[in-house]
Design a protein around this ligand. Structure first.
Ligand code: CO
Ligand code: CO
Length: 376
């Protein structure tokens, strides 16, 4: 569990954000935001767990009886509403939690991508006077700005990921499949100390598959002349890294060296554009215009980056036109790419932190196109 003072601090900030958003409260079910605010880990299961956050009141936790050991001696004021194994009784626990909260403003925020129909139905049935509204920006606003322990975890997740890739590079051979490379990399991530819940199974794509940004590792065998894109990450204390590097296998088409240099320049321009006070859109523009000016704009087919933390994709999204203002403590990826359909693709992805000076990259592995020697 996080230090008690940081949890209390987060709950106080949540209360302020709830009030500033014109809401009377916020309700969460298990997931990254609940973990962030309460230090509690529950699996999403058929037995619903919800926590009421009402400003100025203790948190109210509805959960199955068998989970009550987890919520004893919490380092913040809390009331617990356990229910038994008979689903017909669950709504009573939800009703008690709602009534005892004495909610003045009936508009209650929820995360539309987190709360399920199961919880929503019980909440509505138990509390017909409450009005549940989507308000994902409330929790996103808090989680977007990382504190020092969160940044330390992310830095460690980046370090582990870089050590893991460095360890497998000498093993990569012609005739190995993408899936074999991905499996070897996953194993090394665990060996180097990643939490086993990786942010996602590594993307290892070669040849024409590398022209698909979200390729799934296949049984395609690595061959001379391929580009090899490896996109993966580690997990430390629930915080993720997300890195991409591209390699050449033996001698490749000179155009691939050219697009690799352009993507590297775009990555650099994107990173250098990051500082407090600028918009996410301006960072996207900085990276994208390098690729556009080089004549490959139509082949950069996704946004420049996404926020990173307890989730692999979270706010702030670094996309064209976004007027979100970057602040000290935000963490996100810069990952421009050029994908030549039916041929090969290049992506270079780094994880960056907004600092008072501008930017610090959490990732540092060599970004230039490295040619792997041809080993049969
Ligand atoms: Co990635
Ligand atoms: Co990414």
């Amino acid at each position: 569990m996080q230090p008690a003072d940081s949890l209390q601090d987060r709950q106080e900030k949540l209360a302020t954000t709830i009030l500033n958003s014109g809401l009377g409260g916020f309700i969460l079910n298990p997931g990254p935001s609940l973990h962030y605010l309460t230090g509690l880990h529950f699996h999403l299961s058929e037995r619903p767990v919800v926590v009421f956050f009402i400003p100025g009141k203790p948190v109210r936790i509805v959960l199955p009886e068998l989970e009550t050991a987890k919520v004893q001696n919490l380092p913040y004021p809390a009331r617990v509403y356990p229910y038994n194994e008979d689903p017909d009784t669950w709504v009573d626990a939800f009703r008690q939690a709602g009534r005892q909260s004495n909610i003045e403003n009936p508009k209650i925020g929820v995360e539309p991508r987190g709360l399920r129909f199961l919880e929503l139905q019980l909440l509505q049935e138990a509390n017909p006077d409450l009005d549940f509204v989507p308000a994902e920006s409330v929790t996103a606003a808090l989680r977007m700005v990382k504190d020092a322990p969160e940044i330390a975890s992310m830095q460690q997740a980046a370090r582990i990921a870089e050590q893991a890739l460095t360890a497998i590079l000498p093993q990569i051979k012609i005739g190995m499949s993408e899936a074999e490379v991905a499996a070897a990399l996953s194993m090394q991530l665990l060996n180097k100390g990643s939490n086993p819940q990786l942010p996602f199974f590594p993307i290892v794509s070669s040849g024409a598959n590398s022209a698909n940004p979200h390729a799934v590792p296949s049984d395609r065998l690595l061959a001379s002349g391929d580009l090899l894109v490896i996109d993966y990450g580690a997990n430390v204390d629930g915080y993720f890294s997300d890195i991409t590097r591209t390699f050449a296998i033996g001698e490749v088409d000179p155009e691939y060296h050219k697009i690799a240099r352009i993507v590297l320049a775009a990555n650099k321009a994107g990173c250098e554009a990051v500082k407090p006070g600028v918009t996410a859109g301006s960072v996207d523009h900085a990276a994208r215009s390098v690729i556009e000016k080089a004549g490959y704009g139509e082949f950069f087919i996704h946004r420049t980056g996404h926020g990173l933390g307890l989730e692999g994709h979270e706010e702030p999204y670094i996309r064209g036109g976004s007027d979100l203002i970057l602040e000290v403590g935000m963490t996100f990826t810069i990952e421009p790419g050029i994908y030549l359909p039916g041929r090969n693709g290049v992506r270079i992805e780094d994880d960056v932190l907004v600092t008072s000076q501008g930017v610090r990259s959490l990732t540092s592995l060599q970004r230039e196109l490295v040619t792997l020697p041809i080993i049969q």
